[in-house]
Design a protein. Structure first.
Length: 194
């Protein structure tokens, strides 16, 4: 039996199962906040370490994922307060965060989708921090407005406003820098391009 085996009250999952279920989403969030894949990995480890140490305080009032997101946001903000400057990483590292390997199955279609995703992730990385956090949590990780509000400690109305502003800013970036006339014709989610 592993050291990481305290049980989550609501679903009777082991801590390892909690990590497995949330690892990619936490990594996506932290990558979006830092712009540095390797730093995001380090901060994700710190997130899960803090969660493990505080696991006994989890009251079950919110979903475990909401609790983990809040810890991840706090870890990133703590790091930023220590003088961290957001990095502009090469777009190639974005696929690494999502766990993509190659464009093997349908090379043309897959590579085209990957190129669009890379442009979108690079554009998302340019959003102001509060808009980027909301956009990643809501649109990429699929959290509800209520969950995002709980994670970020703000109202649902503020989440909706920041998401609205993020979408406008993202559309403007895509139109100006990537010549997309209709920037809203596709949607990026945790499942890929829709």
């Amino acid at each position: 039996m592993s050291v990481l085996q305290p049980h989550v009250r609501e679903n009777d999952l082991s801590f390892e199962e909690v990590i497995a279920a949330n690892e990619k989403k936490i990594l996506n969030l932290l990558y979006g906040m830092t712009g540095d894949y390797h730093l995001a990995q380090d901060l994700a480890q710190e997130t899960f370490l803090r969660a493990f140490k505080a696991f006994h305080t989890f009251a079950g009032k919110a979903a475990v994922s909401t609790w983990l997101y809040r810890i991840a946001v706090n870890v990133a903000l703590d790091y930023q307060r220590k003088g961290f400057v957001r990095s502009e990483q090469p777009v190639e590292q974005i696929a690494e965060v999502r766990g993509e390997d190659t464009c093997a199955q349908d090379p043309d279609k897959s590579c085209q989708k990957r190129a669009i995703r890379d442009i979108l992730f690079a554009s998302i990385a340019r959003l102001p921090e509060q808009q980027r956090e909301v956009y990643i949590l809501r649109e990429i990780n699929g959290c509800s407005t209520k969950e995002v509000a709980e994670i970020l400690g703000c109202s649902s109305a503020m989440v909706k406003w920041r998401l609205y502003k993020a979408r406008l800013a993202l559309k403007k970036i895509l139109q100006q820098e990537h010549s997309y006339k209709k920037a809203g014709v596709f949607r990026l989610s945790s499942h890929g391009i829709e």
